[in-house]
Design a protein around this ligand. Structure first.
Ligand code: NIG
Ligand code: FE
Length: 413
């Protein structure tokens, strides 16, 4: 049996095996001078040092004296598998072009689709591994990864294969959860024939992806998949056994949040332009609101109304949305800073959103997202003695040690 111990730690964590909602998001439990025992990857003890069981001879011990200890971060929304890059579009946007106008003239997602179709699985895997290694340095111990740059059966399956390969690497630094996003855009071959692409997805792509991803996601947006097409696809995906997610109300108010509640999605994401009714229905139905402040920042859009969600007793998660277009950043430190500075979230709410609620957004709240007995040994040790300093170090990485599934995977010294 392998054992890892963390001693003299200043532990802060949300608790529970489901998302924390509303005012409960601000409640962390704290243990000063605490200890953690992880056996075979699972936390078997957390509590005051005085209650810690005897250490067996020769077990690995990390002395965390003077360091704050938190659960590993969960980045519950990324597009980390992709071919090519789009720096030209970034410059066009700096000069005033909008994200949707670039997409409408054949760039945007379609440009990454062209590049991804030409890549081998191996090349996609190695490129994504680089991003995973950087995420691990920032304390991420679980990441969600989407397909969605194939928009044809073969390339979508190639992307899901790449995600699987990453997830199954024996020394992988973090847990990878996969999402099928064949409904990311209408591919150029089907331009102007959206309903035929929807038919193809229902007839061929959803059955082909069945069992190869946990979640089904869709870009529900004006001039992409509008409400009726989204509803058809989401219902077909649910029948095929997928759990559901939506990119909802990202660019305009369309009713994506309301649809997420109607179909019982696990999460609705983005929500920059969510209606008050959408907030209310998501809260009522228990749909996690996954907010992606880096995207709002990179697109110069208003931030999502985090406070409205929390005040409506909804569960909010925070994630990066790392992708080569709308948001080419996987920065956890900047996500934290933007949430606290611009979205009015408290530090405690931000931590819950990036840990337990992120885990709930990928259906893993019983397994990770908090430091509790029976959960996976996913833990970050910070460079300073209180979690309260996290947003103060704006955009700076203050993670010192990352433990993932009971193994030290990253040390930033
Ligand atoms: O979450 N809006 C749709 N999907 C992504 C962007 C993908 C891309 O631009 O490549 C998003 O913003
Ligand atoms: Fe996204």
């Amino acid at each position: 049996m392998s054992q890892l111990r963390i001693i003299n730690a200043n532990i802060s964590t949300p608790t529970g095996t489901t998302a924390r909602k509303g005012a409960d998001m601000a409640v962390l439990s704290h243990i000063e001078n605490g200890g953690i025992v992880i056996e075979d990857g699972i936390i078997s003890f957390v509590g005051p040092m005085s209650d810690m069981p005897e250490a067996p001879a020769g077990c690995e011990v990390i002395d965390a004296k003077g360091h704050a200890v938190l659960p590993g971060f969960v980045d519950s929304h990324t597009h980390l598998i992709f071919g090519g890059y789009r720096p030209d579009e970034f410059e066009w946007r700096l000069k005033g072009d909008s994200y949707m106008s670039i997409m409408e003239r054949g760039g945007g997602i379609q440009s990454t689709v062209n590049a991804t179709r030409g890549e081998t699985t191996e090349a996609l895997v190695e490129k994504a591994q680089w991003f995973i290694d950087r995420m691990s340095e920032m304390g991420v111990t679980t990441v969600e990864a989407k397909s969605g740059y194939g928009l044809e059966t073969g390339t979508e399956l190639k992307m899901l294969d790449a995600i699987d390969t990453l997830a199954d690497r024996p020394d992988q630094k973090l847990r990878v959860v996969s999402t099928f996003l064949g409904a990311h855009a209408v591919p150029k071959e089907y331009k102007g024939r959206t309903s035929e692409y929807v038919d193809l997805m229902i007839r061929e792509m959803i059955p082909a992806a069945k069992g190869k991803a946990r979640f089904f996601d869709i870009f529900t947006e004006k001039n992409v998949f509008e409400i009726e097409d989204s509803r058809r696809l989401l219902n077909a995906a649910r029948e095929a056994g997928f759990e559901l997610k939506l990119h909802a109300d990202e660019i305009v108010t369309l009713g994506g949040a309301e649809l997420a509640a109607e179909v019982g999605a696990v999460s609705a994401d983005h929500l920059l332009h969510v209606s008050d009714e959408g907030v209310r229905r998501m809260a009522e139905r228990g749909v996690v609101a996954t907010l992606l402040p880096l995207t709002a920042f990179a697109l110069r859009e208003p931030f999502a109304p985090a406070r409205k969600f929390i005040d409506a007793n909804a569960a909010v998660a925070l994630a990066t949305d790392l992708n080569p277009g709308s948001c080419f950043s996987g920065s956890i430190p900047l996500t934290i800073a933007l949430a606290c500075i611009y979205m009015g979230m408290t530090i405690e709410e931000t931590i819950t959103a990036l840990t337990l609620n992120g885990a709930a957004a990928v259906g893993l709240a019983a397994e990770t997202g908090s430091i509790e007995t029976g959960k996976s040994g996913d833990i970050v040790i910070l460079n300073f003695d209180t979690y309260r300093s996290l947003p103060y170090y704006v955009g700076m990485n203050c993670v010192r040690t990352v433990i993932s599934r009971g193994r030290v995977v990253t040390e930033n010294k």
